[in-house]
Write a protein that binds this ligand. Structure first.
Ligand code: COA
Length: 282
């Protein structure tokens, strides 16, 4: 678009001294200019967001490619407390035996099917097994160090959740006789370290409101807080429509706060340096 600007030079003694014609090329009116710069801004912002998401996805891919996080956390390979003598391993569906997958599924079913049903949530064996054994799943499995009997597991995924890079804790399930001996807390602390190592922003999980033990475990003991994505925030006027909450814990990138917290709660001199964990305080 071109604009002609005509300036008549001052008249002197009744004579016009001249006319200047300026041609301004590509100069839209001010309003259009504003609109254009806003559109440009939006486009730039969209591009930046896409670039950020691409970076996060790359980070998640790298986290998934780590075959065994336990090499970084040797002191967490064993847990010997309160009558338990457990060893912990990290794996994916690809390197987990069908027997272990079946055992995990059965424990999950034994612990949770009833709670799902009482909360009007659908439970279907096949769907649950598929979710558990999904290729993105990763596991922490605790088993008796001598008999190899499985005691409990965590199922996790590195994922993008509401555009945030997270470790999603899909399950933490312990067999009845392994509970209340500190193993659950120990596994969640290990998960924090793994999430921190993988540079994820937070750990997220879903908990049924009426699972009182679990709420006490996560909220009071491990200091998880209501997550931004929880129904409490996205639908605050109808809290009773939801039987579950989404809770999370920040991993605070680069700040070393995870380590500090674990040091505080889990006897640093043993947990972080000693492979026997004999004085882990859970
Ligand atoms: C919830 C669960 C993972 C906790 O693991 P755990 O090894 O039993 O818990 P810990 O021994 O580490 O307990 C740590 C603290 O959590 C709290 N806690 C654990 N179990 C509790 C319970 N049944 N009631 C109240 N508080 C409990 C306590 O404060 C406890 O500290 P304390 O023993 O010094 O009082 C385990 O009980 C479990 O697998 N439950 C069944 C499956 C389940 O509900 N999973 C969670 C789904 S979201």
């Amino acid at each position: 678009m071109q604009r002609l600007i005509v300036h008549a030079l001052k008249e002197k003694d009744g004579f016009l001294l001249g006319i200047v014609i300026k041609v301004k090329a590509n100069m839209p009116p001010k309003q259009t200019q504003k609109k254009l710069s806003k559109a440009k801004e939006k486009k730039l912002k969209r591009k930046q967001e896409q670039a950020e998401i691409a970076l996060l996805l790359k980070k998640i891919k790298s986290a998934n490619e780590v075959e065994d996080y336990m090499v970084h956390f040797a002191p967490f390979k064993t847990y010997s407390q309160n009558g338990l003598n457990a060893k912990i391993s990290y794996g994916s569906p690809a390197n987990t035996s069908p027997d272990d997958l079946q055992w995990m599924f059965q424990l999950l079913k034994d612990n949770m099917e009833e709670i799902y049903r009482s909360n009007d949530f659908r439970w279907k064996d096949r769907e649950k097994f598929e979710e558990l054994s999904h290729e993105s799943s990763r596991y922490l499995i605790a088993r008796d160090a001598i008999s190899e009997k499985p005691l409990g597991f965590v199922s996790l995924r590195f994922d993008l959740d509401d555009d945030v890079d997270v470790v999603y804790c899909y399950e933490i399930q312990l067999s009845v006789d392994a509970r209340r001996k500190g193993l659950g807390k120990f596994l969640m602390q290990l998960l924090e370290l793994i999430g921190h190592k993988a540079n994820m922003t937070k750990i997220v999980l879903t908990v049924f409101k009426d699972n009182l033990a679990s709420n006490h475990f996560f909220r009071e003991k491990l200091r998880y807080k209501e997550d931004d994505t929880s129904p409490l925030f996205f639908d605050p006027m109808n809290p009773d429509d939801y039987t579950y909450s989404i809770i999370s814990k920040e991993l605070l990138l680069g700040g070393g706060k995870v380590d500090k917290q674990i040091k505080k709660t889990a006897a640093p001199e043993t947990v972080l340096t000693n492979t026997t964990n004999t004085t882990n305080t859970n």
